[in-house]
Structures are given as structure tokens and as C-alpha cells.
Unconditional design. Sequence first.
Length: 248
Amino acid sequence: MPGRLKNKVAIVTGIGRACASALAGEGAQLALVGRRAEPLEGLARELGNSAITLCADVSQSRDVGRIVEETLDHFGQLNVLLNNAGVMYPGTAEQITEEQWDEIFNTNVRGVWLMSRAVLPALRQQGGGSIINIASVLGLNGARLRAAYSPSKGAVVLLTKCMALDHGAEHIRVNAICPSFIETDLTAKVIRNAPDPEAVRRERTAVHPLGRLGRPEDIGGLAVYLASDESSWVTGAAMPIDGGYLAV
């Protein structure tokens, strides 16, 4: 069904190349948000006339207000927010530094809260809308060496549920996508920096019954569904996309 998102405008934070491409492919117009101009502009060129770029830090309230204002100025409406910006530092509670803890929570939790709060008036004006938060299976289940990242994604899951309850009567739906190990720039860095990268890759693959790591494209289809009217009775959900990881 091409054009499932025709006449919808979405903000996508944190690059989110595969999700942005999937949304644009179904007709959505996008405001792409990130800290670095070059990758944003490259993605916008790939998407053609359907996207604008906004350099901003989602953990800063002054930037967040500007993101929403410029999106509305350009497109005249807003229907969808995809909170994809995130950072991760591995480590135990002893190993994580205060600076790393603060960066993780500022981006992964504060950024999601600030962006979600900021779009509410615009979504109300449209008679409703969809907020999609990229969480993690590690927000549903613990893991070694994720003493900061996992709690941050757990906070995203519960923020999702609380906002779904608070704003359901306004037809504003809030859901979370919970991926397992997806091969992105962020996770590639984790593998690359390991003492034995190939051993880490084999270990990560082995815990997924489908026998492979996730691809960014695996997330795009669910993002389209949650952004579209097809999911009009779905809110407060934390949906794993995990190759069977949580079934083990």
C-alpha cells in the first residue's frame, strides 16, 4: 500500500536512516534532526524533496523548541515524532563514569522527554498523532556491561507507557520499538572496540534464534505501521524486534 503516510509530517531524531527512508517511502515529509550537518544533509539528498535538516541537540530545551517551530514553519503541521537519538557506553556500575552516565541519560531519556513534551501542542492541533520511541530489549531485560544504557532504555519504556495513559484521550498514541542487536554505526563501534571482534559477533549472533543480527531495515516496517492510521488502536506498547532474543 504505497502512500500509507501521505499528507503526514514526521520529525526523526538521531539520523535514523532506515526508519527515515521507510517513512519517506510511504509518503511522509520529514524533519531530520541530528548534531552533525553532513550526515543529515546526505540523507536528505537521498530522500529528495521530502526532507529538511535541522542541526540540534535534543537534550537541550532551547534546541528542542526550535526543532518543532521550524518544522511547523516549513510544513505547516506535525503528525509523527520518531525519537531515535541515543548513545551507549558499555560498563558495569563501577566502570561507567559520571560523565558517561550523564550523557547517556541526557540523550536517551531527557531528549525523549523534551521532544515528546514539545510536540504535544502540535499533535493536539491535528486532532492526534503518533510518538514512536526507539527503546531496546535491554529496557525490558538486563544485560552484562549495560549498567547505564539498560536503565536509560527502561526509563524510555515507562515514559512511553505513562504518556500513552496521559494522552490517549487526545488521540495521541505513544509506543516504543525495542530492538535487539541491530547493526548500526553505534553497535559496529561496540564490536570494533572489543578485544576479539569476531568472537563478539559470533556470541551476539548465537543468542538470536533467527541466526543473524538485526538490520536497520528490520525496524523501518514497524515504524511505518506505528506512524500510520493502521495502528490507530495501538498505544502504550513496547514492541520487541529481536530475532527471538527474548524468547530464549
